[in-house]
Ligand binder design. Structure first.
Ligand code: XIL
Length: 333
């Protein structure tokens, strides 16, 4: 099948995917990735829990393998992610049995960012410096009065952990684009909070270049009007935007709904949702890269989360064959 990334390149939209070192080591999957995608991100290999499992130790092999593949195929590489409450280097939050002090956690964060961003300098063009720090309309996740998630970062350091992280990243690689990345960014309250965050950082002289919209269209049915409003709101701050983790789950259209078979109707509906979203993004010209979260339905994280389930959220099936969503995307590109 013709290259998806090639078609989007012609429409001036870099289009890519999240990959793993294991996929790149498999010739068939590596060929699929090289053919269809034009920009990459590590699905897990560049997260702190993998890069720094223990204090003072770095395991860069997975990230390096992805960076080498990206360079070989002339694909820009996004770095994901430096400061997040999940898949963190948990040792950072502890000092023996006790909670780490504020000063020590800041020092550890700064050191980590300096070392990791420094290691990938010149190979990663854009970093998700902070991931998922804002929470709205999710009673299961505690947040402060300004919507900042009560993560260990926020709790131990205070809301200024974000500013500290961005300053450290800018220092480590002045040429990298620095992003704030989050999910459900089309929620009007969340979009407003992100806009406020960007403005606050800029007002304080902190370098922030972009906002990443994850676009896991699984927990929610994003309305295109809300997506458009969020993109316009973020654009008004002057930063660039990427869609960083796109997928359209078939099995979570109403949360909890169990789908037991992938039907042609579900795939046609999914194709339509991919088509209308990409049509919007191409028309608006405010999003300068789009990445899907996985290379085929066999490789999607949604197969295992929230619970093992029948899922088919991407545009290639489990045999890597193009699905209706692929054709819809080729159509709109
Ligand atoms: C997911 C990966 O896809 C899984 O393999 C892993 O077990 C958990 O993390 N938001 C993000 C991504 O920013 O890093 C997450 O990736 C998906 C949700």
């Amino acid at each position: 099948a013709p290259s998806l990334g090639g078609a989007f390149a012609a429409a001036r939209m870099p289009f890519g995917a999240a990959v793993t070192p294991m996929q790149l080591a498999d010739p068939k999957l590596a060929a699929h990735i090289a053919h269809h995608f034009r920009i990459l991100v590590a699905e897990n290999a560049m997260k702190p829990m993998h890069i720094s499992p223990r204090e003072g130790e770095y395991t860069f092999a997975g990230g390096d393998a992805i960076a080498d593949f990206a360079a070989k195929h002339r694909m820009p590489l996004r770095g994901h992610t430096l400061v997040w409450h999940q898949q963190a280097a948990r040792w950072m939050f502890k000092d023996g049995e006790a909670d780490v002090s504020r000063a020590k956690l800041i020092a550890r964060m700064e050191r980590y960012i300096a070392d990791v961003v420094g290691h990938f300098k010149g190979r990663v063009f854009a970093w998700d410096v902070v991931n998922e720090a804002i929470v709205y309309d999710e009673p299961e996740h505690a947040a402060d009065a300004n919507g900042f998630r009560l993560s260990p970062w926020r709790t131990i350091i205070g809301p200024e952990f974000i500013e500290i992280a961005f300053r450290a990243a800018a220092k480590a690689d002045p040429d990298a684009l620095l992003f704030y990345n989050d999910y459900e960014t089309q929620n009007p309250k969340k979009a407003a909070a992100i806009v406020q965050l960007v403005k606050d950082l800029k007002a304080r002289g902190v370098k922030i270049d972009g906002v990443g919209h994850q676009m896991h269209c699984a927990r929610i049915q994003p309305s295109l009007a809300d997506v458009e409003a969020a993109i316009d709101a973020v654009a008004s701050t002057g930063v660039i935007q990427h869609v960083t983790e796109l997928d359209f789950a078939i099995n979570d259209r109403v949360q909890g709904t169990a789908v037991t078979a992938v039907t042609p109707e579900l795939l046609a509906d999914q194709a339509e949702r991919y088509r209308s979203l990409m049509d919007l993004l191409l028309r608006k010209r405010m999003v300068s890269a789009t990445l899907v979260w996985g290379i085929s339905d066999a490789h999607s994280w949604l197969n295992g989360w929230p619970k093992p389930r029948v899922e088919a959220p991407l545009m290639f099936d489990r045999q890597l064959a193009p699905k209706p969503a692929y054709h819809a995307l080729m159509d709109v590109a």
